[in-house]
Design a binder for this molecule. Sequence first.
Ligand code: SAH
Length: 400
Amino acid sequence: MNRIYLKPGKEESLRRFHPWVFSGAIARIDGSPEEGEVVEVYTSQSMFIAKGHYQIGSIAVRVLTFRQDEKIDASFWERRLKVAYTMRKAIGVAQSSTDSPAPLPNNTYRLVHGEGDNLPGLVVDIYARTAVVQAHSAGMHLERIAIANALMKVMESEVENIYYKSETTLPYKADLYPENGFLVGGDENNIATEYGLNFHIDWLKGQKTGFFVDQRENRALLERYAARRSVLNMFCYTGGFSVYAMRGGAKLVHSVDSSAKAIDLTNRNMDLNFPNDPRHAAFAEDAFKYLDRMGDQYDLIILDPPAFAKHRDALRNALMGYRKLNARAFEKIRPGGILFTFSCSQAVSKEQFRTAVFTAAALSGRSVRILHQLTQPADHPVNIYHPEGEYLKGLVLYVE
Ligand code: SAH
């Protein structure tokens, strides 16, 4: 196996089980590993320290194991997936018929969350009887068939179809030519259930794996605040928050997204759950235009924009974007209103996001209290040795 030797002292983060080797930490490479191959990592003192997928780029190795005797074979994938599945059952998102008392039916959850499940570069979301697998590294792409086989074994009674969706998540330069498509099965039925509500999941063309599974608990919290309120769901995409607001007894719900496809999806999801309910309307329009022209009719506003900063260099503009967006909401929301505001940019820290929202609040001159500080749900766990894995930030604010 190819070996990578680190510069002196560069093994420190690996000793603390951080799962990445940065290219700048490498002193030399024995052999010429292909992208995606498994390599062994050694300290400058020639001591084994980790084993993982090699890739050209700033993260050169994504660690799969810290044990030299652990082989990366079929049983490795089965073991890791089994641990992930057991955890989802333990926290109640993966349900079984014997759960008591019976919870609201749910068959939508994240089974594998990359580093959070000690499988850097791999995401698996479960939608009813279909698993959508997404590779974010060359190594996981090359292992897709082994992963699919292990998944069928571990989830044998739960999963019938495996859809592979990595056309937009793999490094362009690695010449991997991933094709989206079914690796197992091919069921076209794409309706999944989240806490008793039904959604069409667009794994063929949708963003991420087809749905924003990571907002589940925050949608459930919103439901509790929705009664008798006039709700604006800005950046609605699939209409997730809108459907929960309807179930929560909202007086009216308006969903807005600049994408006509998203509005169509929102309407279709609303039809699945609340057909012909006159409380809901959806508009395809740019967020800033809508916020400028809308009146002061809303007393519950959700702002869940796309990642404004995909990279660190976009940070300044992103923070300005969050500030402007939230300032509009503070200006318009009715007294006694509640604002759910989010950032899913990994490059933006909790503190930076909070400062942007704080500045927006101050500009509006309104009295604002923080009711909840939100993050990603338990099926998107953060590996304690990899704090970078925490990406979703949210604030629920009461605006006097
Ligand atoms: N809240 C959603 C996820 C939002 S994803 C959920 O719970 O599922 C971000 C959405 O913002 C995308 O659907 C995208 O089409 C939309 N969007 C991006 N830029 C926009 C803009 N300028 N105005 C309105 N919507 C925008």
